[in-house]
Each structure stands twice: as structure tokens, then as C-alpha cells.
Design a protein around this ligand. Structure first.
Ligand code: NAP
Length: 280
């Protein structure tokens, strides 16, 4: 799996990773096999959060990666309700325990909230100095909020994790170019619109199928390849099935030509500028 520089961190992270939201609803043995498959294929960026079923998903991930911890670029998130200075330190320690690990590779503020950002980022810095996290970032931040975070952290923000799929390209107006300029990675969440894929519209479906056929891939691989066409963009599709994980990993090998990109751009228009960042 190809890797790319992850913002200012100096870490090289796979273009396609693995999401874990709602994994607790799936068969646990199958989900564990899917995580192992992802690691086998080099999809080592695993994204989780304390919020996912109040920590149960972190426990599933923790037991699945036991014995393979050093292979993983493990990311978790703190919710704004816990993101005061003390709250963040405490939340991180709880996540580490559930994940059965001594460190996280990335720790994110799940979305902007009421504790002053200075407090959360100060806590992230303390955790980094203690070796409990190796980098930190944000999620669901608009460009203004992101610029504040970059300024307060002296340029340490690794990524902004945001909603991005073919039918929700809102971040292309400001976030994608803004992150490029700031040197921050974009991590696309819900790249398959939470499973609403392929789109129902026959023209959109046909577009994906025809490009997939022409390039020897699948419609999902076309979608992931399109979303990660810029070198600072990553994607974290969730799957609890090894076969699906393997399909998603295959996206990085697909080559889209400029006509494909233009057709996708026309068929899935990015829509009008909106200041807010789209989120679930
Ligand atoms: P998603 O990745 O867009 O879609 C997941 C759905 O697609 C699941 O139902 C999965 O089913 C299915 N799927 C995946 N690969 C497939 C394949 N090759 N063939 C058929 N079905 C496939 O949705 P998401 O879970 O919302 O987003 C991904 C991750 O982003 C989350 O898991 C989470 O880690 C993160 N996230 C972050 C935020 C945030 O606020 N920061 C918000 C939402 C999500 P199977 O499991 O059966 O394969």
C-alpha cells in the first residue's frame, strides 16, 4: 500500500486506511479478520474513537491488533465534552487502556466544541511530551477553526478528518486547498456515504461502472481513487469484511486518466460554496 507524508508529522501513512464506526454491530470474529486483512495489506491507518459505542469499538480494535501494535498507525478521538485540559488527559488514558496500548499515533478532537481550543491543544502537547500520543489533529473543523488550531499549536496539527464522498464534495471549496497550503493532511471519512453506495441515480451508477470496467477496477475503487487524487488526502472506509477490505485496498493501484476525472467531476458536481464544513 502506498504511503504519503501525514501533514507536518514526518510519518508516512497509507493512502487508504480502515474506519471502525459501528463495528460493534458486526460479527466480532469477522471484524477481527477484517482488521487483520487490513494490516496484511498495509492498510495500517486504523481510525477509532472513544465515542464509538462508548469505547466498545476501541476494545475490539485493541484485541484485534494485539501482537501487531507496531504495524499500526492508530488514531482515536476525544469528544468536545471531555476536551478540557484535564478531561483530555483522562479521556486519552481511558482510550489507551481500552486499546491495550501505551501510545496512540494520532489523537484528534472529534469536532469543535465549548472548551477553549487552547486547553485541548495544551493537553495534546502534554500527552505528546509524555509519549502517550505521537501526533495530534482535529476533525470537522472549518478553515477558520483549522487556522486557529494550526496557529495555537505552532503548526503541529497533523490532519483534519472530514466528511468527503462523491456526493458530498463540499470540502473541495476551502478545506482541501486550505489544508494543502497549511501542510495539513485531509482524512476523508464516510467515503462510501456510510454504505449508500453506489448512488441510486442511474447516470451516476453507470459513470462509476464504466470507468471501473475501463480501468480494470470496481466502482468503489474508482470512488476512493478519485477522493484521494490529491497527495495530501487520505481515506478511511469502514469495513468489517476481509473481502471488502481487500477491494478497498485495491483502489491505490487503479490509474484514472484525466477523462475519467473530468467525467466524475461532471457527474458528481461539487456544488455551491458553503462556509460551513459538512458533517454527520
Ligand atoms: P463508509 O466507510 O462510507 O461506509 C461504510 C459502509 O460501507 C459499511 O456498511 C461497509 O459494510 C460498507 N463497505 C465498505 N467497503 C465495502 C466494500 N468494498 N463492498 C461493500 N460494502 C462496503 O462509512 P463510515 O463508517 O461512516 O466512515 C468511515 C470511517 O470514518 C468510520 O468508520 C469512522 O472511523 C470515521 N468517521 C469519522 C467521523 C468523524 O466525525 N470524525 C464521522 C463518521 C465516520 P461492511 O462493514 O459490511 O463492509
Amino acid at each position: 500500500m502506498k504511503r504519503r507524508r501525514f501533514g507536518p508529522t514526518g510519518f508516512e501513512v497509507p493512502v487508504i486506511g480502515l474506519g471502525t464506526w459501528k463495528m460493534e454491530l458486526d460479527d466480532r470474529a469477522e471484524a477481527t479478520r477484517a482488521i487483520h486483512k487490513a494490516l496484511d495489506l498495509g492498510m495500517t491507518h486504523i481510525d477509532t474513537a472513544e465515542m464509538y459505542d462508548t469505547g466498545e469499538v476501541e476494545e475490539i480494535v485493541g484485541s484485534a491488533i494485539a501482537g501487531r501494535r507496531t504495524e499500526v498507525f492508530l488514531v482515536s478521538k476525544v469528544i468536545p465534552d471531555h476536551a478540557s485540559y484535564k478531561g483530555t488527559i483522562h479521556a486519552c488514558e481511558k482510550s489507551l487502556k481500552r486499546l491495550n496500548t501505551a501510545w496512540l499515533d494520532g489523537y484528534l478532537l472529534h469536532w469543535p466544541g465549548s472548551p477553549p481550543l487552547e486547553e485541548t491543544l495544551h493537553a495534546f502537547e502534554t500527552l505528546r511530551e509524555q509519549g502517550k500520543i505521537r501526533s495530534y489533529g482535529v476533525s470537522n473543523f472549518n478553515l477558520e477553526e483549522l487556522k486557529d488550531a494550526v496557529r495555537i499549536s505552532n503548526g503541529r496539527i497533523a490532519c483534519n478528518q472530514v466528511l468527503y464522498h462523491l456526493e458530498e464534495r463540499g470540502i473541495e471549496h476551502e478545506i482541501v486547498p486550505g489544508c494543502r497550503e497549511l501542510g495539513v493532511a485531509v482524512v476523508a471519512y464516510s467515503p462510501f456515504a456510510q454504505g449508500e453506495f453506489p448512488p441510486k441515480d442511474p447516470e451516476k451508477k453507470r459513470c462509476l461502472e464504466e470507468i471501473a470496467k475501463a480501468r480494470g477496477g470496481t466502482p468503489r475503487q474508482v470512488a476512493l481513487r478519485f477522493l484521494t487524487r490529491e497527495p495530501h488526502v487520505f481515506a478511511i472506509p469502514k469495513s468489517s469484511r476481509a473481502a471488502h477490505v481487500a477491494e478497498n485496498a485495491g483502489a491505490e493501484k487503479l490509474e484514472l486518466i484525466s477523462e475519467d476525472l473530468e467525467r466524475l467531476d461532471r457527474t458528481f458536481p461539487k456544488g455551491k460554496y458553503r462556509k460551513d464544513v459538512p458533517m454527520l
